[in-house]
Design a protein around this ligand. Sequence first.
Ligand SMILES: *Cc1c(COP(=O)(O)O)cnc(C)c1O
Length: 302
Amino acid sequence: MIDVKNEEIILNICREKRVRLVIKREDLIHPFISGNKYRKLKYNLLEARNKGAEGLLTFGGAFSNHIAATAYAAQENGFRSIGVIRGEELEESVDDNPTLSYARSCGMDFHFVSRAAYRHKNDWEFIRELEQMFGSFYLVPEGGTNTQAVKGCEEILQPEDAEFDYIAVCVGTGGTISGLINSAKEHQHILGFPALKGDFLKDEILKFARRDNWSLIADYHFGGYAKINKELIDFINDFKRTTNIPLDPVYTGKMLFGLADMIKNDKFEPDTDILAVHTGGLQGIAGMNQRLEQKKLPLIDV
Ligand SMILES: *Cc1c(COP(=O)(O)O)cnc(C)c1O
């Protein structure tokens, strides 16, 4: 059992609108397998062991939290790990990429593929080719979402969280929100903040979620996955200054920006209690700051 604390934060807007906002600090689970990636890997690691697998193979992009988490968890649990990475050009720059060099330091072997080839990641022909290259392995899907992952995420909410009216979480592949949906109390509503553009997420969630106590708030993706602007960076830096809680720019920063904006616009009644799940992802800040520097944008304070 890991013990995760809930931390109440007092933003001016919360005081003004009398809305209580509490952060579930899943980001403190571990600096690299933080938050939901720990939850999502837990039962996959057990399953891999039960199946007698020697290695884990998974997929991800250049700054993937899931790649970093899988590499670490594989090493900790005595598995070999293979990362199929989107973008052939990255092969030349592993040393300069904080996420990939971390994963490599955990012993992960990489297989770099073009964006076109990466799209076939779920095709059996592609998987068979990988098996020919690397031998047999336990396959963890991109972002880690499968039935085992959802089961792990059903353990995020604890009995004492029953006091909250809303549970907020960011959504990438939909595994984490599905776990929350399945384990929430009768009176609770789950708000998902997609980190990417598009309507397909609803169908992904419906594959795993067993109830209709949820909605997606699609207004705060900032143009798409990993897209950010100065307003978001300023928000993340201000948030850290006022609360001492770091947010990542791809997921949790967008969710908290969205929640603060919704509170400001009276989307919640006074005396509403909101629990926002901090899903971690802080390892991605270093890579984002490299890109911000190139674009001459302000950096995220660390
Ligand atoms: C991966 C990730 C998510 C998205 O989780 P899904 O289960 O894919 O929806 C949210 N927040 C952080 C920090 C993540 O790394």
